[in-house]
Design a protein around this ligand. Structure first.
Ligand code: HEM
Length: 180
């Protein structure tokens, strides 16, 4: 996983739990990288998972909650670092439709070794938008938080439900997104 994700995770931990917690997580999980992440570097995503699990133990907050919160934080960061993706789209759903065929395509140009998930959508039901996440990794909670963070960015409110369609090979989660 790209260093920008790790660096932003540590940024969020520092903001919410303090700098000592960042050091404690690195000391406790002893990552092969040493815990010094540069934005363009690539690191084992397990290092992030280990830090999340350690933070969950220390804070008594479920790991899934922490990853969702991180997704919301990341959406906020992306909305300033990659502002044009947001200004190009008028609302949350039009933004989500463009992740797979535009946003992550541009991300890959910036970071050719990025390990990106796939997204597909179904907008045939005007009451309910479906976004399906597919990845060899399991960052569905991150996707969930990112969706919430995007909605926050656009000042919109959605109820988000999840259906797990994963099999032995892949994580596959369908998000049912309904305006409330
Ligand atoms: C401006 C918007 C966005 C940018 C710049 C962006 C960029 C990135 C980057 C740099 C990575 C890391 C790739 C790697 O570490 O190798 C990533 C991964 C990921 N992105 Fe995006 N992304 C954006 C929007 C979204 C949105 C809206 C979602 C969810 C609905 C999403 C879902 C994910 C997930 C879940 C991953 C983790 C990798 C995985 O699950 O396999 N992204 N993205």
């Amino acid at each position: 996983m790209k260093g920008i994700v790790f660096a932003e995770f540590n940024e969020m931990v520092e903001e919410k739990f303090g700098m000592d917690m960042v050091d404690d997580l690195i000391d406790a999980t002893d990552p092969a990288s040493g815990g010094a992440y540069t934005a363009v570097g690539t690191y084992d995503h397990q290092e992030l998972v280990n830090m999340v699990l350690e933070l969950s133990r220390r804070s008594n907050i479920p790991a899934s909650e922490l990853v969702k919160t991180f997704g919301r934080h990341l959406a906020g960061v992306f909305s300033t670092k990659f502002e044009s993706f947001f200004t190009e789209c008028p609302d949350t759903l039009s933004f989500l439709k463009r992740i797979d065929d535009h946003i992550h395509v541009e991300v890959r140009k910036l970071y050719p070794d990025a390990e990106l998930p796939r997204f597909s959508f179904d907008d045939s039901n005007p009451e309910e938008f479906h976004l399906t996440y597919e990845s060899l990794r399991n960052f569905a909670d991150l996707a969930h938080g990112l969706i919430e963070g995007c909605a926050e960015h656009y000042g919109e409110s959605y109820a988000i439900e999840r259906e797990d369609l994963s099999d032995a090979e892949k994580t596959r989660v369908r998000f049912r997104i309904v305006a409330v």
